[in-house]
Every structure is written in C-alpha cells, then in structure tokens.
Design a protein around this ligand. Structure first.
Ligand code: CO
Length: 425
C-alpha cells in the first residue's frame, strides 16, 4: 500500500508517472526501446517503450507467433487538473495570478483553498544551443485559489457555480508591480533543479497545478485511501505490479496512455497508433499480427463509481459497487465499455480461481455513461476487451477516495489474468 501512495505522491503529472515507471522497469531488468531505432527483440525478453514521455508500453515476451496472443492490461496516466496557460501571469488589484486551463472533466469546487504546487515538462534552450526537455516539480505551495467569503456571496451554499475563466486564476504573489514574467520564474526554478545545465531560456512548457497534500490512509480503521489521481494512477500501479510479479509463460504487455480524460485522440493517446504500431513491429507481418490478436485479450483497468452513501439513488439498483468488495466489471451494451460476455467470463474465472471478490456496474438508464480507453483500444487494435476497475468515490475531485483492500484485489486479479492457466482464446 505504501508503495502505491509513494508512487502517486511522486507522480503529479503523466510525465512523472512514466519516468517513475520507467525507472522501476529498468531496475527490474527491462530494456528500453526507442521508437526511432531498429528493434532487436529477443524472445523471451523484457522491454518497454515510451511515447511523448507521457505514455508507456512494457512487455514480457515469451514467444511471438500466430498461435500465441498477447495478454494485455491498459490504463491511463492522466487525470483532470488545471494546466497553466502560455502567457501565465496577470497582475491586477495588487496580486500576481496564474491563468489556468481546465484539463478534462475536473470537479472544480474541490480545487479551492488547497496548497498547490507546479509540475510538468519544460523545453529549454541551453547555452550551447541544444533544445532539451526537462521534468520540473515544485513541491511547495506556490499557488492558491481562495474561495470567496460567504459574507460576499450569501447564496454560496445553495448555488455555488464556478466560472472557469473568472474564478480559477490562482494567487501567487502580492505585488503592486504591473509586470511579472513567468518565464523568468520558471528559469530560476529550473536552474535550481538542474545546476549542472547552463540554461539559456525557456521555450515552452506543459505544466499543471497539483495538490501538495500527500496521499493518506483515512477512516476509522484506515481502510480508505484519500489522494489525488487515484483515477487512474491506482490502475497504472496495479498493472506494473502484475507485470513484474506474474509467473508462468505468456506474452504479457501493459499499455499506459495519456490523454484519456480528453477523449484519447492524440499521438500518444489510446485513439492514436502507439499500441497498434508496437504490436505490428513485434509481430513483423500482417498475417502473424491478425492471428495473434485473435488469441489476445485486453483488461482495461480504470476506476469505477462506488455507491455514495449520501447519493445511493444515483446508482442502478442491484449494481451498487462497494469499496473494499473487489474490482468492478463495467458493462454497457452501447459500447461505452468494451466488456462482452466472453471477456467478462474470463475475468470472472480469473477472480474465482484466485479467490478475489468482484462486483458489476451498469449505469442507470436515465444517466449518461462514462467511458475508458477500453472501447477505444478495442476499436483501434481489434482486441477483445473487458473494462474493470476498483470502486471509488469523488471521481475527478482533487482528492478522491478508494479502498485499501481494493488496490490489492486489483493487483492480484491483474496478476491472475497474466497467469491464468486455461487460456480459452
Ligand atoms: Co479514469
């Protein structure tokens, strides 16, 4: 459990998550492949490859052929958040504020009154003229979005709405000076983080605000995990654990994509060619790839909505997943989830073989259904897929709530999937 909490605390952005997972894989003997180089793949062998520093595919290969498929686990590295706009700083009414863009379907109210740090990727030019991208993390509360006092908004408790343009700029500094250069600040942060580099200037950045409060075990018995980005770093962590711990012989692969929260359409997102390209290069020819895919399956792991005790009516009766009662199989016949009866059956069989409790979820007919990388990957690659995930509360809040037992159940189920002896496909 502490391992998961440390991973989330150390991964405020997808760039950091991919860097941390890469480091873990390298320590376990996985070899890094570069997409731009010729691949010499040995079987058996352990490899990983990243794209855009924010998506990652790792694999333990046994033997690639038309008779053997791939057992795959997918998850996403991104979470809804506030990203910093290019011309970031404004000075007005005696304050320097930071302009932000809402990334994905963030629940905005919880972002107020938090101690916010800054993290992401910055591309710089060094004194030698080289262009290089650097990870940056300022784990200090350098920004804050204060609520408006209730005395100035008497209806705040009845009808609080957030104007994302007007209400979200984050306070950074009290200053009467009309100018403040964010690039100068960034450069000073980078010079502190990378004293060995001679940085000339900042060219561009992808930075987010994040909550400096670390993840914690909460509740009377410490049975809950409270943290940012549980959706979906919890599943990324479970996928990595499963890949590293599974025994037996099979081709096993995990794919962790960025940009799920904004629809997955990007070169590194699940709607892009990343996974299809890696599989094509592994299989080498179309015939082997097509045959291999028919023997393959993807478990798409992304958190599910547990039933909220104060809002139980928002769930379909008979489909009210509870925290710490095991992974949830998500079903939507309109293909917002890619689960079908065969992929569901296999996942249930895996759970039963390993003594893992599991639950099922279907959305109420009068509510819209969320989606995941499952149906997108199934469409893009043509692989049978089951959508699963641990139940959580407060999805897309800056501090979400999941179960301590569930993260272990998920990791065990994913490992069980990789090891399942009676592969039916
Ligand atoms: Co998600």
């Amino acid at each position: 459990m502490q391992n998961l909490l440390d991973f989330i605390a150390d991964s405020p952005t997808p760039f950091h998550a991919v860097a941390n997972i890469s480091h873990r894989l390298e320590s376990a003997g996985f070899r890094r492949l570069e997409e731009g180089e010729a691949w010499q793949i040995a079987e058996p062998g352990d490899y990983f490859v990243t794209r855009n520093d924010s998506s990652l595919i790792a694999m333990r290969l046994d033997r690639i052929s038309g008779e053997t498929g791939f057992r795959m686990i997918g998850a996403h590295t991104d979470s809804p958040c506030l990203k910093i706009k290019p011309n970031a700083t404004n000075c007005s009414n005696g304050y320097v504020t930071l302009a932000v863009e809402v990334y994905g379907g963030a629940l905005l109210n919880p972002w107020f009154d938090r101690d916010l740090g800054v993290a992401g990727r910055v591309t710089v030019k060094t004194a030698s003229g080289a262009m290089t991208s650097l990870l940056l993390r300022i784990d200090e509360p350098v920004a804050f979005i204060p609520s408006l006092a209730i005395h100035l908004d008497r209806k705040a408790n009845e009808q609080k709405s957030v104007d994302r343009q007007k209400h979200l700029p984050a306070v950074m500094l009290r200053s009467d000076d009309g100018k403040y250069d964010f690039h100068t600040l960034l450069k000073s942060w980078l010079c502190r983080a990378y004293p060995e580099l001679d940085i000339d200037r900042v060219l561009s950045f992808e930075l987010s605000l994040y909550d400096c409060q670390p993840p914690a075990a909460v509740g009377l018995g410490g049975e809950f995990i409270a943290s940012a980005r549980l959706d979906n770093l919890l599943s990324c962590h479970g996928a990595v654990e499963a890949l590293l711990s599974a025994g037996g012989r099979a081709n096993r692969l995990i794919v962790l994509n960025d940009h799920e929260e904004v629809g997955s359409a990007s070169s590194s997102g699940a709607a892009g060619p990343f996974l299809a390209s890696v599989l094509a290069r592994l299989c080498r020819d179309e015939e082997t790839l097509s045959r291999s895919l028919e023997h393959s399956m993807l478990v798409s792991a992304d958190n599910a909505h547990g039933v909220h005790p104060n809002f139980a009516e928002r769930h379909e009766p008979g489909h009210r997943p509870l925290i710490n009662e095991g992974p949830v199989i998500k079903i939507n016949h309109n293909q917002n989830y890619a689960t079908n009866s065969e992929s569901e059956a296999l996942f249930r069989a895996v759970c039963e073989l390993n003594g893992i409790k599991h639950q099922s979820f279907v959305v109420r007919s009068d509510l819209g259904c969320g989606s995941t990388i499952g149906p997108i990957t199934a469409t893009r690659v043509g692989v049978r897929t089951v959508d699963v995930g641990v139940p959580q509360l407060g999805m897309h809040s800056i501090r979400e709530l999941a179960g301590v037992k569930d993260q272990q159940y998920l990791a065990d189920a994913l490992r069980g999937f990789f090891e399942y002896p009676d592969w039916p496909f």
